[in-house]
Design a protein around this ligand. Structure first.
Ligand code: ZN
Length: 141
């Protein structure tokens, strides 16, 4: 009987419905934990999932995927908070985590992961920006 390959990868990507993380990375079912949110932001909740992934389920590598045509570049945190306040009467206690430069935001996300005291494995963290026009993932150094 073949040994089951050990799950070692977690992916944090933007939730944009126009691309599939599994297809982009050539992953099959069971190959990685995939966490998706607006922008692929390193929020407290993303760190919560990555912490469970590393501490309890043994993953050791993290891949971040942002993309050039991200909707999170089309407004600001302040605008969004004002909009929510005017329509609901409440300002959110969180930031939308918008950004202008996806490469710079990937660098910021990598720094946030490395600064987390809860993640034991941050030596292999790779970040990419997808160019939707070409389908190419550019690695952020
Ligand atoms: Zn996006």
């Amino acid at each position: 009987m073949l040994a089951k390959p050990r799950l070692k990868l977690a992916v944090l990507a933007c939730m944009d419905a126009r691309f599939s993380v599994h297809r982009l990375l050539g992953l099959g079912e069971g190959d990685a934990h995939v966490i998706r949110n607006a922008g692929g932001a390193v929020t407290d909740d993303a760190i919560r999932s990555l912490t469970v992934s590393q501490h309890l389920l043994g993953t050791r590598e993290i891949v971040l995927i942002h993309h050039r045509d991200c909707g999170m570049r089309t407004f600001t945190d302040t605008e969004f908070a004002r909009r929510l306040e005017s329509s609901t009467g409440m300002r959110p206690g969180w930031a939308a985590e918008t950004f202008t430069d996806p490469v710079q935001d990937v660098r910021q996300c990598i720094a946030r992961l490395r600064a987390s005291p809860f993640l034991p494995h941050t030596d292999v963290v790779r970040g990419y920006v997808l160019d939707e026009r070409t389908g190419v993932l550019d690695e952020v150094s």
